[in-house]
Ligand binder design. Structure first.
Ligand SMILES: Nc1ncnc2c1ncn2[C@@H]1O[C@H](COP(=O)(O)OP(=O)(O)OP(=O)(O)O)[C@@H](O)[C@H]1O
Ligand SMILES: [Mg+2]
Length: 500
């Protein structure tokens, strides 16, 4: 092998230099040709690079509120806003406003109509929200650009970026948009179902307003009145309480066996509290209680229903050694100012699991109310309630017998009983069904059959062997304590155990 001659090396150097010049000129050309970067830089004019781009990241559920705020803000007098979409070629990463201002490292972007995402802004309506767009703004502050980048497939962020303003003015604009988001918040006053989104996010959905009427909630009058006094009474006397220096924030715990109407009662309350923003958290959603409570504080007066809190009693957010989610939940309940009009309603059928946590973090729950198995009078009312939609042909004696035989069952058991009795009567005469004592009695035999314990569990209609009917014409149920599916373990004691 011999080395290259001098002339060969010179020729290579010349060729390489012209190659580099070509690369540079191509890049410069691409920059010039980049419509979006060109538009932004032309609009901002000289000195655009001397000003910082100021970004604020928002939770994804704020997307619809951001659009609502931008719409209102754009229409303020003395402001002109031109909205442009950005089309990014396939397989290119998204861009930010800093890149558009400098024009560096740009994929070949094109101007287009803005990409929109249609998001719910009410129980039956949607709002088309900017997904990726630049807003060229002219107002008293001069010329500046606002860019909106919605969440992508891989990043769950919503960014608002501002270029062309001083840092202070940009912060002021972010704050103004924040105020508008809060003022015009589309979630205010609605029923909102909260769930945990990927990567620690929170997702909100508009829920239906429950139509549960007072007479549909079969509880002893004293119990229901107490629930109402605590939840609705404070709401009714809000101003007077505040003037008297009394706090409005309150926590109500409904506890008792499964199927007795804890969820049913919360549905009734939610239906009544029409002036309130009503959040419902169940299961995994309880983990995002922190964000939900913060949101509720912004949107007060608000109710936060935390269903089946025992599910997170032993669940640790960051593995062993960290505090249980239940503690986070109780801390979130305490974070709000005392004069915030917030009602927390917790439900559980494992009060025993909850009690130590509540004792360790006192002051969160002011009233605990036991929702117990229905007594004879309640069972009769339940039969009447769920018999309303059934062609029920029971004499007084028949009804009395059903009431007697169902001692110890849950309310949901009685509901299921009527459904089954209806099926029995349909089997007999599909054309003209009529539910008689024969049908209720057959359905009862079936449901209370000792071999049907698992079925009862699956139906959530009560299974506590201590309370399920034994005798009274049923045949006796063998005691089944310790069977895996007997989940209810609430200590049976006075009905006001937790009242502080
Ligand atoms: N007290 C009640 N009055 C009228 N209907 C009731 C009552 N309790 C239960 N029901 C009926 O049974 C269904 C199931 O009850 P619900 O979901 O409220 O039970 P729960 O106490 O919340 O049970 P869990 O502890 O399993 O969550 C209700 O949707 C309702 O139709
Ligand atoms: Mg429930």
């Amino acid at each position: 092998m011999t080395g290259a001659s001098d002339s060969e090396a010179r020729r290579f150097a010349v060729a390489f230099r012209s190659f580099l010049e070509w690369v540079h000129s191509e890049q410069a050309g691409a920059r010039e040709r980049n419509e979006v970067a060109g538009l932004v830089r032309d609009f901002l004019g000289e000195g655009a690079l001397d000003r910082s781009v100021v970004t604020r990241s928002l939770p994804v559920f704020e997307h619809v509120n951001l659009q609502t705020a931008l719409d209102a803000w754009s229409q303020e007098p003395g402001r002109e806003v031109a909205v442009h979409g950005i089309s990014i070629p396939p397989h290119h990463a998204t861009v930010n406003l800093q890149q558009l201002v400098t024009g560096e490292g740009m994929p070949p972007l094109r101007l287009s109509a803005p990409a929109l995402v249609d998001l719910p802004n009410g129980p039956g309506s949607t709002l088309a929200c900017l997904h990726l767009a630049v807003l060229l703004v002219t107002d008293a502050n001069g010329h500046y650009v606002v860019m909106v980048s919605g969440p992508g497939e891989h990043d769950q962020t919503l960014d608002v970026e501002i270029a062309g303003l001083s840092v202070e003015a940009a912060q002021g604009l972010h704050a103004r948009l924040g105020d508008l988001r809060s003022e015009l918040n589309v979630y205010r006053g609605h029923v909102i179902e909260v769930s945990a989104a990927p990567m620690g996010g929170v997702s909100l959905e508009f829920g239906d307003i429950p139509l549960t009427a007072r007479e549909d909630v079969v509880l002893p009058e004293a119990v229901l009145a107490r629930v109402e006094r605590h939840a609705l009474g404070v709401a009714a006397h809000r101003e007077a309480l505040l003037q008297a220096g009394q706090h409005l924030k309150r926590g109500l715990l409904l506890y008792g066996p499964p199927g007795t109407g804890k969820t049913h009662t919360t549905r009734y309350l939610i239906g009544q509290m029409t002036r309130y923003t009503r959040f419902i958290l169940t299961g995994r959603a309880l983990q995002v209680i922190g964000s939900a409570a913060a949101l509720a504080r912004d949107l007060q007066p608000a109710v936060i229903v935390l269903e089946d809190v025992d599910l997170v009693a032993e669940d640790r957010s960051f593995g062993r050694g960290s505090s249980p989610v239940l503690f986070d939940l109780l801390d979130a309940m305490d974070g709000a100012a005392a004069d915030a009009d917030l009602l927390f309603v917790l439900t559980t059928n494992r009060a025993d699991l909850l009690e130590p946590a509540l004792a360790a973090r006192p002051g969160r729950v002011d009233v605990a109310i036991e929702i117990d198995l229905p007594d004879a009078e309640a069972r009769q009312r339940l039969l009447a309630l769920y018999g309303r939609s059934v062609p029920l042909r029971l004499t007084e004696d028949d009804t009395r017998e059903v009431v007697e035989r169902t001692e110890g069952v849950t309310a949901s058991f009685l509901k299921e009983l009527l459904r089954r009795a209806m099926l029995e009567s349909l089997h007999e005469n599909a054309a003209e069904p009529a539910v008689t004592a024969t049908h209720t009695s057959r359905a009862l035999d079936d449901l209370l059959d000792s071999g049907q314990q698992l079925t009862r569990s699956l139906l959530g209609v009560g299974n506590d062997p201590e309370t399920l009917p034994a005798g009274g014409g049923l045949g006796s149920l063998p005691p089944q304590r310790g069977r895996g599916w007997v989940t209810y373990a609430q200590p049976r004691s006075g009905s006001q155990r937790f009242v502080r």
